[in-house]
Design a protein around this ligand. Structure first.
Ligand code: ZN
Ligand code: ZN
Ligand code: ZN
Ligand code: ZN
Ligand code: ZN
Ligand code: ZN
Length: 307
C-alpha cells in the first residue's frame, strides 16, 4: 500500500459541497457523457439525462469526439434529444449492451429515481441488488419481478462499501458515483486507491470535486494516460450518423495528462446551464460534413446498425 496519500479525503472541504446541484444525477448534468469533462455542453431532454460536448471545438481540451455538430447546426437547434432517447434504445449501465427501452418490448428499464438516467437489464440490476439470491434458469425472483414491472432503485443510490444511503448534510455521507459503472461510495467510505490527486505513476487521480458533487472512476476501470479519464468508447448510439471528412485529431493539443474531468470547466458548464436554456439545442440533427475527434479506435460506438 502506498504511504504518501493517506489523507486524500482531507483535501475535500465543506465548501465544495453547495446546493448548486445534487449528486443524484451523478454529474450527468455538468459532465459530458462521452469524455467526462465539463465546458460547453448540451443536455438531452429525454430520459437519459445526459449532457454532451456538441461541437468539435467544445471537445478539444478533453480529446472528446463530441457529437460533431457544426456551429450552424447548433444555431438551428431547438431542444436536444439524443439518439438513444429518440429511438428508445438505451445501454444497460451494468453490461453496456444497447437494447430497446420502450414498452411493450423493453429489454432495459430505467431506475425509478427521478434524477437518475441509468437503464438496466432486469437480470443485471437484480444481480447487483441481490448478489446472493438463488437463481432458477439464470434468473432470480427479483429479476423476474423487475421484468414484470416492479420499480427499482439502482445501486448508484447506495454505498458499495456499507450499503447506506446518502445524507447530504454530512460530508462523509455524501455519495460519489462512478462515471462508468453502477458503483457509488460515501465520501467517507472511498477506498484509499480512489485518490483526489495523482501520485507518481502508480496512483492516477480517480476522484474529482465539482460544484455540488464528487464523481469518481472506481477501481474497475483503467485510467488512460493520454486523457486522464477512464478508457472511452463506452457510449453506443443506435444509428450511425453519416460522417464524412473524418480526421484523426487525437494528437492536437494532447495529451492532457491526468487532467480528468475539469472542475473549472464543469463549473462553467453549470453556470451556462443555470443561466437558462442554451441557444444551442436540437432534435436529432445530423451533418454530412463532420470532422470527428476519435481517440478510441474506429467506429467504437457506431456499430449498432450492422446487427
Ligand atoms: Zn465530451
Ligand atoms: Zn437522451
Ligand atoms: Zn445488462
Ligand atoms: Zn439509479
Ligand atoms: Zn458507505
Ligand atoms: Zn466503476
Amino acid at each position: 500500500m502506498m504511504s504518501d496519500y493517506d489523507d486524500h479525503n482531507d483535501s475535500y472541504s465543506e465548501d465544495d459541497i453547495t446546493d448548486l446541484g445534487t449528486n443524484n444525477d451523478n454529474g450527468n448534468g455538468v459532465l459530458c457523457a462521452l469524455c467526462d469533462d465539463g465546458g460547453h455542453l448540451i443536455s438531452c431532454i429525454g430520459r437519459c439525462k445526459r449532457s454532451f460536448h456538441p461541437r468539435m471545438e467544445d471537445g478539444i481540451d478533453s480529446a472528446c469526439r463530441t457529437l460533431g455538430y457544426t456551429y450552424a447546426e447548433l444555431e438551428k437547434m431547438g431542444d436536444y434529444l439524443c439518439e438513444n432517447c429518440k429511438y428508445n434504445q438505451h445501454q444497460c449501465f451494468k453490461c453496456g449492451e444497447l437494447e430497446p427501452s420502450a414498452e411493450p418490448n423493453a429489454k432495459v428499464l430505467k431506475c425509478e429515481n427521478p434524477s437518475c438516467g441509468y437503464f438496466y437489464h432486469p437480470k443485471c440490476v437484480a444481480k447487483l441488488l441481490e448478489p446472493d439470491a438463488p437463481e432458477v434458469d439464470g434468473s432470480s425472483v427479483l429479476a423476474q419481478r423487475i421484468k414484470e414491472g416492479l420499480p427499482f432503485t439502482c445501486p448508484m443510490h447506495r454505498c458499495f462499501n456499507c450499503g447506506g444511503t446518502e445524507n447530504r448534510a454530512q460530508k462523509a455521507m455524501q455519495l460519489a458515483g462512478c462515471r462508468r459503472c453502477p458503483k457509488s461510495y460515501h465520501i467517507g467510505c472511498l477506498p484509499r486507491e480512489i485518490s483526489f490527486v495523482t501520485i507518481g505513476w502508480n496512483v492516477p487521480q480517480r476522484a474529482w470535486k465539482l460544484p455540488g458533487l464528487v464523481t469518481i472512476y472506481c477501481l474497475d476501470h483503467k485510467i488512460s494516460v493520454a486523457t486522464g479519464s477512464a478508457e472511452r468508447g463506452h457510449i453506443k448510439f443506435p444509428h450511425r450518423r453519416i460522417v464524412l471528412g473524418r480526421q484523426r485529431l487525437a494528437n492536437i493539443g494532447l495529451p492532457r495528462r491526468f487532467a480528468g474531468p475539469g472542475a473549472v470547466q464543469a463549473y462553467n458548464g453549470l453556470r451556462r446551464r443555470l443561466a437558462g436554456p442554451s441557444a444551442a439545442r436540437a432534435v436529432g440533427a445530423s451533418s454530412n460534413n463532420q470532422v470527428v475527434i476519435d481517440d478510441e479506435g474506429p467506429e467504437a460506438d457506431l456499430d449498432m446498425d450492422e446487427d
